[in-house]
Design a protein. Structure first.
Length: 150
């Protein structure tokens, strides 16, 4: 297809966005089997990746308000998935996931992978190859914007 005109980014975005959102919505549903929202599972994963993180820093990382995060953390604490521990300086409290939370995170991940793999099995080899070819460009879409040289 030498010389073929590449797709218009706006038109491609209009077609890709609803597909992407539907896949994301279906994957989020897999967390409901554990009585958690997808946002709560994301918080657990972030706390696992940053043991001892404070509520303010967690809110910053997640791009939501500290009061909202505090409410979610309290719910996760009541569910036995998060603990608060006084840090050595005595001025802050750090968040940690419990062993039960680690199991939940792994189970949600497994359910999501199984859901997606089951649907991928419905495709033929050429379709799977086409999807595989999109992985690197999609990863690049998620990279931070390059610095402005000007």
């Amino acid at each position: 297809m030498a010389g073929a005109k590449p797709p218009d980014p706006l038109e491609l975005a209009n077609e890709l966005r609803p597909v992407w959102l539907r896949v994301a919505r279906e994957l989020r549903r897999e967390s409901h089997a554990f009585g958690l929202t997808a946002s709560q599972v994301t918080l657990l994963a972030t706390i696992r990746e940053h043991p001892g993180i404070g509520v303010r820093k967690l809110a910053t990382l997640e791009g939501v308000s500290a009061p909202n995060i505090s409410t979610q953390v309290r719910r996760l604490e009541r569910a036995g998935l998060v603990t608060r521990e006084q840090l050595a300086d005595g001025r802050r409290v750090g968040l940690h996931v419990t062993p039960e939370a680690l199991g939940v995170i792994q189970s949600v991940r497994s359910r999501r992978t199984a859901w997606l793999a089951e649907r991928l099995r419905r495709l033929d080899g050429a379709e799977l190859t086409a999807i595989e070819a999109t992985l690197e460009p999609l990863r690049r879409l998620l990279e931070d914007d390059p610095p402005d040289p000007g």
